[in-house]
Design a protein around this ligand. Structure first.
Ligand code: DGY
Length: 413
């Protein structure tokens, strides 16, 4: 297929996954609106339909809770092809939604969209909503400065070995029976295992039982881990929000202060043994045992660290295509199982934003070429084996199509 054909297919995927004001990640496997998927969808739409790009973000933020939280799934319409659906989460919101959040990439991408296609009034309307969401992160997810997640799904990197220490302490034995739907849509060997799912559901049941009371979840919930990826994303998102504030004539002081507070707490997730920023169990203090692609997002936040970069470069050199989600040298590495090793075009795109900000153009070009090669050879899949480019997970995936249009297929890729 030529690049032009692929552009056309990518646009068709976005249009085809459009359910009217919001885009599903892929038919079957993910039939609702997902939070960070939508922000990437908006970036993709901005390359050919700016109005639709802003609508995607507006629809996402229309599901924002009064607390400022923007849920990780918005269940606009019923669909029994996904588990756990709205009746399992049960926060009683309109529209129905899940009870946790997802990586706050919206401000980063809203700024990019505005820079490339304008839309100042649409951005102005979103600004207070994004600010409220960032405050929610500060108040309910940054108990010691860096960003924590209360469920691996909140990280967006579900079964990454980053979460193994916290997951080991979650009791999944009492969840009762349920039927998974994901393994009916894609190969089970590319998805999280049954024990993971039992624990995921136990955490949802805990949240539901306390009425999604954030104080209870933060203090007594079954899982609380510091996430290097969201920490770096939130620093960047706050700085981008400050830049947006300036564009709009608003006061940037608060988002800048939020970024500075998180940055000051970074030493708490420095793992001396791994020589890298790393996930850490906020309850026990235990670090994850391997470096993950979360560390590679440091440059997004302007964090330059020679020792960590040496580790990341070695991790990248161990594979052929893009940054793997887990270090191939680690025992936990599994090249096709979701976040335990595969490379994710969408994470590569975020890492590339960091590389560009740091002026690392050769590395950015390498990452873009490798990501483009995956999509050219395998199609618009959710993720890929970083060793041999085998396409994995869902096909006709919205965010893969979006990043093809917005980043991977820039002319020199
Ligand atoms: C899933 O169901 O696999 C999702 O990642 C949860 O957000």
């Amino acid at each position: 297929m030529t690049m032009t054909d692929l552009d056309a297919t990518a646009r068709e995927i976005l249009r085809g996954n459009d359910r009217g004001g919001y885009t599903i990640p892929t038919a079957g496997l993910y039939p609702f609106q997902w939070n960070w998927d939508s922000a990437f969808a908006a970036w993709g739409f901005s390359t050919f339909d700016p109005d639709r790009a802003w609508t995607e973000l507006e629809t996402l933020f229309s599901a924002q809770w009064d607390t400022g939280m923007v849920p990780h799934i918005v269940f606009h319409k019923e669909d029994d092809g996904y588990f756990p659906g709205p009746s399992v989460w049960g926060p009683g919101t309109t529209p129905a939604s899940s009870g946790i959040s997802q990586p706050p990439v919206a401000a980063i991408l809203a700024r990019k969209i505005h820079d490339s296609v304008g839309g100042t009034e649409r951005l102005r309307a979103l600004y207070p909503r994004m600010l409220a969401w960032h405050r929610w992160w500060r108040d309910w997810r940054c108990p010691e400065g860096v960003a924590c997640v209360t469920h691996p799904w909140e990280s967006g990197r579900d079964n990454c070995p980053d979460w193994d220490p916290g997951m080991a302490n979650v009791d999944g034995s009492q969840v009762g029976t349920y039927t998974r739907r994901d393994t009916g849509h894609v190969d089970a060997s590319m998805r999280p295992g049954k024990e993971d799912y039992d624990r995921y559901i136990a955490m949802v049941q805990f949240g539901r039982a306390c009425g999604w009371d954030q104080k209870t979840i933060l203090e007594d919930g079954p899982f609380l881990m510091a996430d290097p990826a969201i920490t770096f994303i939130l620093i960047r998102a706050n700085r981008d929000l400050a830049a947006i504030a300036e564009t709009l004539g608003e006061d940037p002081t608060e988002p800048l202060a939020m970024a500075a507070e998180i940055e000051a707490a970074l030493p708490s997730i420095w793992n001396d043994e791994l020589q890298a920023y790393c996930a850490r169990d906020a309850r026990t203090g235990e670090f994850a045992s391997a470096i993950s692609s979360g560390a590679a997002l440091g440059l997004l936040a302007g964090v330059e660290n020679a020792a960590m970069e040496e580790k990341l470069a070695a991790m990248w050199d161990r594979v052929r295509y893009g940054i793997p989600s887990n270090d191939p040298a680690a025992d936990s590495f599994d090249p096709r199982r979701y976040w335990r090793g595969p490379t994710w075009p969408v994470v590569n795109a975020l890492i590339a934003i960091g590389l560009t900000s740091a002026g690392r153009s050769a590395e950015e070009r390498r990452l873009r070429k490798e990501t483009a090669e995956l999509i050219r050879s395998g199609g618009f899949f959710e993720y890929f084996d970083p060793l041999d480019a085998t396409p994995c997970g869902g096909d006709r995936f919205t965010w893969t199509a979006a990043i093809w249009l917005a980043w991977a297929n820039r002319e020199d890729a």
